[in-house]
Design a protein around this ligand. Structure first.
Ligand SMILES: [Fe+2]
Length: 317
């Protein structure tokens, strides 16, 4: 159609969308077009602001490589990833869920590890931690034979794939739940870490006076045929950044009870100093068991990444 004024543009685009054969495509794109056009009207976007937005989106793509995904990072930094997770889990957003973000560091083929064993495959900084986790269905019945991948950072806040000084697959393991739906393992308590800020995500955080830290957490991926595969992260209850996670991942259900033990015998006799325990329950939902595409495939061989930390401004910008 020929366009007379700004209202006609939206009508023209939507009427062309009507030609699409795939109803879901039509629904998604129709909603995107209506909201994008309305966003431009509401914000009264100027031409130079629009050019800036296009340049930013192009940079998100340019910075995305085999080992870094700036698009996923900004989706998290805007809360979109959390929103998608919470709308698609917990009975489609109706109830609390132990599902969370997959994050950018899951690797396939973690070493199979016996229940109770350690996932420390080369020495790293960090206090010993003994983790017990239970998987239940929505009726509270234990789920046996679920495969659980576990991965987390060292006490220095680095995943093994980022850190050439750690052994391959350090602090990663694949466990199978027993008849009680239980797994247990030993590791070191993870530390929080800064997300990269050398691109649009850094500009976004600086403009708001936000820091770039994620609170310390352990990742879990629970796979069992007949159930929706669940990604989860259990956050350290003593982390100062729980309320200001740069990726908006922390939910009430996922603040783990990381208990510090001093002068108490640890479950392993070689532990002399303080140690931690973490017990956590996961609830998985009926659905399709499907592994995600691994966001990364290997381990860094170059230097450790430089850790750049932004301070949170005392008052809003
Ligand atoms: Fe993580």
């Amino acid at each position: 159609m020929l366009i007379k004024n700004q209202n006609d543009v939206t009508k023209a685009v939507l009427s062309e969308l009507d030609r699409a054969g795939n109803p879901r495509f039509k629904q998604i794109m129709g909603s995107a077009v209506r909201h994008l056009h309305e966003f431009v009207r509401e914000a009264r976007l100027t031409e130079s602001e629009f050019q800036q937005a296009c340049a930013t989106i192009a940079t998100l793509g340019k910075l995305t490589t085999e080992s870094h995904n700036e698009v996923v990072l900004i989706a998290g930094s805007l809360g979109l990833s959390s929103l998608v997770c919470l709308l698609n889990n917990g009975d489609h957003g109706q109830t609390e869920t132990t599902a969370n973000l997959l994050g950018p560091f899951w690797r396939m083929n973690s070493p199979r590890t016996a229940n109770g064993a350690s996932i420390v495959r080369s020495p790293v900084l960090g206090d010993p931690i003994f983790v017990n986790a239970w998987v239940k269905d929505r009726e509270g019945k234990p789920v046996a034979d679920a495969e659980i991948d576990v991965w987390h950072t060292s006490g220095e806040g680095l995943y093994e794939n980022q850190d050439p000084t750690q052994a391959d697959m350090n602090l990663r393991g694949k466990f199978t739940t027993d008849k009680d739906g239980h797994i247990g393992f030993r590791s070191v308590k993870p530390a929080g870490y800064p997300i990269p800020i050398n691109g649009p995500v850094g500009e976004l955080l600086r403009a708001q006076g936000r820091h770039n830290m994620r609170p310390a957490h352990i990742h879990f991926l629970i796979f069992k045929p007949g159930f929706k595969t669940q990604f989860s992260q259990v956050y350290s209850s003593d982390d100062k950044n729980l309320e200001t996670d740069a990726q908006f991942g922390v939910t009430h259900a996922l603040i783990g009870n990381y208990v510090r033990h001093e002068n108490e015998p640890a479950p392993a006799p070689d532990v002399k100093g303080p140690w931690y325990s973490l017990d956590h329950n996961f609830v998985i939902e009926p659905g399709v068991a499907k592994l995600p595409r691994p966001p990364i495939t290997g381990k860094a061989t170059d230097e450790r990444p430089e850790s750049v930390v932004l301070e949170r401004a005392e008052s809003p910008r």
